[in-house]
Design a protein around this ligand. Sequence first.
Ligand code: HEM
Length: 370
Amino acid sequence: MVEHPWVVALMRAWQRFVLALATFGVTMLITANSLFTKSRMSHDNGITLRGRLSIRLDPRVPDHEFFVPGRSFDCRIRHGAASFKDDAKLVVRSASIKFADTRGRAPFDILMNSGLMPLFWNARTFMQFMFRSMQGKGKHYAPYLGRHPQARIGGGSSVRRDPEAPNQMVYRTKTTSGFIGRDGVLRYVRYRLVPQGFVGPESGLPDAWDRDHAWLQNPRGDEDRSRNYLKDATRRLIESGKPMRYTLQIQLRLPPPDETVQPEWVSSAVPWDETTFPYLDLADVEITEALSHREGMLTWFDLSHHPASLPIPPARSIDDAHSLNHLRLAGIWATRARLLSYRLSGIPKPFPDSRRAPDWQGVPPMADPP
Ligand code: HEM
């Protein structure tokens, strides 16, 4: 059925209005949360490191004004976990790279999580997930996961339990962003960070039970290591003079010919076939220094840090795959609120090692620490 142009225009305007409303609502909630809890809305648990990033391009990567072979940057990388303040929980792990050794502004930031696909793939599913998180996580996720089998697959793919070191895991951006080469062609891209010399399997991969029950995130019943075991091990590794080395890689493909009709593969729920769209080397990353707790807390990553030639495609509705990045761009207000809360009443102390400390949070239905 062919719709009248003004019906189409009206529908599009309505969709944009709903997206704007949703963005406003989500941003208000996460900003208030960061201000009053003095925490990152997500990935509050983490360690920040410093090193050097050198562009080393696979010849198949199209010429690009930012990714110039031989160019190098001082950089920061933060290895985090979403969420909870306990390294031994069954959680999504992360690597965020800043192409500068600064707390904030930088020419480029890339935020990546473990696993192939996330637990949500547009603003609509993110809001449903967020609502369940606000209810208390754990068993409260069950209705959302029941309704969206894809979210269950994403959760199972992304969580890691008891990894031995951050440089034994692989991290991916999952959402698609843009790449405009010197040829002027816009391509869609995804990035991945892989430890050098790593042949797999990843440390901390969930077993079949954890994969199916990724919302039951408590440490194992006999867990007796510190809540900070992974951050401590990372610091020890770096301070013993052993740098962590990674390769940053990129996947490229042409965007759909008609942006208003998005094929399934634009969604972060659909990883691209790696034979047809191989990950190509982009840069070497060498991490040599662990930063202080204070410096880590004051470091922030933001999707708006990118050159014009690596754009974030705009979103049109809450069902548009790009709406996730649209929400994340507005999430800068939550970051600002977090940093403001530190200025007003100080930087929160590092998490205690003990699960008996009052800030330790159990996951319903397992309310007590193991
Ligand atoms: C697939 C989608 C997503 C990925 C891969 C992702 C990844 C990450 C990572 C790795 C961090 C930690 C950054 C750090 O170490 O400081 C983070 C933090 C954060 N994310 Fe996401 N995220 C996603 C979706 C979203 C969405 C939809 C929102 C909604 C607004 C959001 C809002 C935030 C906020 C507010 C922070 C904390 C910022 C701060 O206080 O510094 N993220 N995310």
